[in-house]
Design a protein around this ligand. Structure first.
Ligand code: AMP
Length: 282
């Protein structure tokens, strides 16, 4: 693998692949890599000729400066993790802020309702920042395929919309959620959990599983109430939202019959750490 820090270096390494018609796969990350990230990278290795993994903690998607400051960063460990996995010519793009934002990005994307709900409501401006950085990565790398995790379901849907807004031909591939041994969805933020919060955080997935397992005998509002109660019973967890939505527009459903694909999306504060997860209802 080759580490590059500049846009020009990146473009120079990618150009021969593009010229010879080989496919380029992009895996955007914010680092502090774990098996979840790795699953995206493995899929990219399987499906494309040149894999580009980007590691950049993007300031424009953080609405809370404290959150940005404490976001885990561990490039040395990330590189150790990537070394045995990536091929000789695959690229790790490690840009500085100047490289991504030589001048401030003032673009405002119109995602209609998609970025106003759930994560968007609790993190104003977050998805616009995500769209800015992913838009730039798409511009620099010009990938044929880009890989995103279903763990961030709303982000995934917004990125697909972004490719339409920017009129790009990149194919966005969804990758399933990878979990810890006890069910907690893998996340870079898990490293920030204290011991009690870590133990209790498993209840997030438990709550989702309960919701899905009992959906046959409970209505949508009953499922929401039961999930809310289950989470808030824990002294270490605080529910931010639990919403039951359709898988296309992420609009709240009132009845299980309202959509074919239905997801339960949850955000929970475990101490000061914000965790998200989701489940597809049967
Ligand atoms: P992040 O570094 O948190 O911005 O995540 C980079 C990419 O990895 C995003 O597409 C995430 O959805 C994906 N990702 C993060 N955690 C997981 C996980 N547990 N399972 C699958 N994909 C994940």
């Amino acid at each position: 693998m080759i580490a590059v820090t500049t846009r020009s270096g990146l473009e120079a390494r990618i150009a021969p692949y593009k010229e010879s018609g080989k496919t380029v796969g992009l895996v955007p990350t914010m680092g502090a890599l774990h098996q979840g990230h790795l699953s995206l990278i493995l899929k990219a290795l399987e499906q494309t000729s040149l894999v580009v993994v980007s590691i950049f903690v993007n300031p424009t998607q953080f609405n809370d400066q404290k959150d940005l400051q404490k976001y885990p960063r561990n490039t040395t460990q990330d590189m150790e993790m990537l070394k045995p996995v990536l091929k000789e010519n695959d690229l790790v793009f490690l840009p500085g802020e100047q490289e991504m934002y030589p001048e401030p990005d003032t673009r405002v994307f119109d995602f209609k309702k998609l970025d106003k709900i759930m994560e968007g409501r609790h993190r104003p401006g977050h998805f616009n920042g995500v769209a800015q950085v992913v838009g730039k990565l798409f511009e620099y790398v010009k990938p044929d395929v880009a890989y995103f995790g279903q763990k961030d379901l709303q982000q995934l849907i917004i990125i697909k919309r972004l490719t339409e807004i920017l009129n790009l031909s990149v194919r966005v591939v969804d990758c399933p959620i990878i979990r810890e041994y006890d069910g907690l969805a893998m996340s870079s933020r898990n490293a920030l959990l204290g011991p009690n919060e870590r133990i209790e955080a498993v209840k997030i997935h438990e709550a989702l599983k309960n919701a899905a397992d009992h959906s046959g005998e409970r209505t949508v509002p009953e499922t929401i109430n039961a999930t809310r109660e289950f989470i808030n019973k824990s002294p270490y967890l605080k529910l931010e939202y639990f919403e039951i939505v359709d898988g296309v527009h992420l609009e709240a459903v009132r009845d299980w019959k309202d959509a074919i694909e239905i997801y339960g999306c949850i955000a929970v504060k475990a101490g000061s750490v914000r965790l998200i997860d989701n489940i597809r209802f049967p």
